[in-house]
Design a protein around this ligand. Structure first.
Ligand code: FES
Length: 107
């Protein structure tokens, strides 16, 4: 199992176990985690799965695609260099221990 930690804006950290091949968004939604909505189901059509990858993990999660970049323009909160659509981060054992930070809001 791969562990992913989601840190809420108030600092509350929730660690979830993810299936290999699932996304950071799917793992959050499957566990009813507040802070990730994932309205479009991962089709890169909504930006309600916005998250900020912890600086220690940014090299390993890779760069966002230009389509992802475009969709992030519609995100409800500030987009920074750490911003990703969490539906576009696929989990594999190399990402075990990943930490992402959740934005204040998704709508
Ligand atoms: S779930 Fe809609 S863009 Fe990620």
């Amino acid at each position: 199992m791969i562990k992913v930690t989601y840190v809420a804006p108030d600092g509350t950290a929730t660690t979830l176990e993810a299936e290999p091949g699932s996304s950071v968004m799917q793992t959050a939604v499957a566990n009813d985690l507040d802070g990730i909505v994932g309205e479009c189901g991962g089709a890169m059509m909504c930006a309600t799965c916005h998250c900020y990858v912890d600086p220690a993990w940014q090299d390993r999660t890779g760069a966002r695609s230009s389509d992802e970049e475009e969709m992030l323009e519609g995100a409800a909160t500030e987009v920074t260099e750490a911003s990703r659509l969490s539906c576009q981060i696929r989990l594999d054992p190399a990402l075990d221990g990943l930490v992402v930070h959740l934005p204040e809001e998704q709508h």
